[in-house]
Design a protein around this ligand. Structure first.
Ligand SMILES: Cc1cc2nc3c(=O)[nH]c(=O)nc-3n(C[C@H](O)[C@H](O)[C@H](O)COP(=O)(O)O)c2cc1C
Ligand code: SF4
Ligand code: SF4
Length: 252
């Protein structure tokens, strides 16, 4: 019996949503493999189907996510690769994701780049994925089902370059307003980089922090946020430069 495994790294939740929409088109039993907190080896069977979703961070897939993904191996396991980005640039992220999956013995049958609300610059791609995105994502999922039934692998060429663009750490500061922090420690538990000390969740080790946004997203008190001159000065120009709507791309 085939099983669908949704594999994702989704600090602000939109990549998880896109993977969930694709998976919703399959009738088989489903399971989550959330790489924000799963950091172990795992082998998938030849009857499994994995749907792997990664956000784009500075034109790559997040470093920690790629390290965790590299611990997952297939047995010629069918895979659908999706990168989800904030209406700016995909650069080499989809190529990197497809390369990792192929190296780890997954049979990539299709790939996609989708657009979601920008998790740092919140004026970009507001409300996405929207109903038009979801309609296209559902059509793509139906084509994936047909391809799996026919046994065909990925035929299309994936855009991007090797070597991939270098990892870049964003210079923005994440801070926490201790006057509203409720000391629930949810941010400590979710941080994939262990950058928030258990003894003081108001603090952030910016050398460890990847600016992934998971702590901002999970905080019920809205205590955590991007602050500082570098962020505030970049925001208006970035939002203006990336205001034109981009559309999802599908590779079969
Ligand atoms: C550190 C960081 C770097 C990002 N770099 C890019 C980028 O290069 N291109 C882009 O279009 N969006 C970029 N984004 C936006 C995310 O790719 C986008 O918001 C994505 O939907 C986040 O997925 P999530 O909701 O699963 O966390 C970046 C976001 C973060 C946090
Ligand atoms: S999630 Fe928010 S409220 Fe909870 S400890 Fe972290 S900053 Fe404080
Ligand atoms: S502290 Fe940094 S790495 Fe940790 S969850 Fe927050 S943004 Fe992500």
């Amino acid at each position: 019996m085939k099983k669908i495994i949704k594999v994702f790294f989704s600090p602000s939740g939109t990549t998880k949503k896109v993977v969930g929409k694709i998976a919703g088109n399959f009738k088989q039993e489903k399971e989550n493999c959330d790489l924000l907190n799963f950091d172990s080896e795992r082998e998938f069977g030849e009857n499994d189907i994995v749907i792997v979703g990664m956000p784009v961070f500075a034109g790559r897939i997040p470093k920690t996510a790629s390290e965790r993904l590299s611990k997952l191996t297939g047995n010629n396991t069918k895979a659908i690769a999706v990168v989800n980005y904030g209406n700016a640039h995909v650069t080499d992220a989809l190529l990197e994701l497809v390369d990792i999956l192929k190296e780890n013995n997954f049979d990539v049958i299709a790939a996609a780049s989708t657009i979601s609300h920008h998790s740092i610059f919140d004026g970009v791609a507001v409300g996405r994925p929207d109903s038009s995105d979801i309609e296209k994502i559902n059509e793509f999922a139906q084509k994936c089902i047909e391809k799996i039934e026919s046994g065909e692998s990925l035929q299309s060429e994936i855009p991007g370059n090797r070597p991939y663009t270098d990892y870049k750490q964003l210079p923005f500061v994440i801070s926490c307003d201790e006057t509203v922090c409720a000391f629930c420690y949810d941010c400590v538990s979710i941080c994939p980089e262990h950058a928030i000390p258990e003894e003081d969740p108001v603090d952030t080790d910016l050398d460890l922090c990847s600016r992934c946004t998971a702590c901002i997203h999970i905080c019920q008190e809205d205590a955590r946020m991007f602050t500082g001159e570098a962020f505030e000065s970049k925001k208006p120009a970035f939002e203006q430069a990336n205001s034109e709507r981009k559309e999802p791309e599908f590779y079969l």
